[in-house]
Design a protein around this ligand. Structure first.
Ligand SMILES: [Zn+2]
Length: 201
């Protein structure tokens, strides 16, 4: 739903409008939004047809060539492959709102390492992240609206560096992972395209 709003470019956009936009989307009359979503999906499917026309099976193994898993925010401005010089087949990419190391990210990393041979983890948060403008209050607002509190934490943060450190710590201390030595964390600057490494200490 939020694909079609433009909250990022509106610098003075109040936080609440973002929150409301997300929380009330379910109550928006479905007709118009479905129509827009349908057309976007149609566009994607059409693009896929063209992609498949040019596609030749590279005969790749499912194991990432560079043996690395990248955990990053889902932010639309972050083109991981381009930003990191990655090619098809090089890595696992695991993305969610904030690039937060949740239990489900640990699940994916565990499979990535134990079943598919990765041994390095790269964590990427970024400047101007939407989670900086949310709070855990978001959960209470959801509960008030729908009568049920989500089981998940919002994982909102104020200090992106501290959040990267916490994420690194969660990976390093996970009992399920076999490779926790090469875990590095970065903040991607959406204005310059540059990564800045965060000291884990
Ligand atoms: Zn983000």
């Amino acid at each position: 739903m939020t694909l079609f709003s433009r909250p990022h470019s509106a610098t003075g956009s109040p936080v609440t409008s973002n929150v409301m936009g997300m929380t009330t989307s379910a109550s928006v009359p479905t007709g118009s939004e479905d129509a827009i979503q349908g057309s976007v999906t149609d566009r994607l499917v059409e693009a896929n047809g063209q992609y498949a026309d040019r596609f030749t099976d590279p005969g790749m193994d499912a194991r990432p060539v560079l043996r690395v898993a990248v955990v990053a925010c889902m932010d639309a401005r972050l083109d991981l492959h381009a930003a990191l010089g990655l090619e098809l087949g090089d890595c696992h990419t695991i993305r969610n709102a904030g690039g937060v190391v949740t239990d489900d990210v640990i699940r994916s990393l565990t499979i990535s390492q134990r079943a598919l041979g990765t041994s390095s983890v790269v964590l990427i948060h970024h400047t101007n992240c939407g989670l900086e403008s949310l709070t855990e209050e978001f959960r209470h607002e959801l509960e008030m609206e729908v009568g049920q509190r989500p089981s998940w934490a919002v994982e909102a943060f104020r200090d992106v560096e501290q959040d990267v450190r916490q994420s690194m710590q969660r990976v390093r201390t996970s009992p399920f992972l076999v490779h926790t030595d090469d875990v590095r964390g970065f903040v991607f600057d959406v204005k310059t395209g540059l990564l800045r490494e965060i000291d884990p200490a």
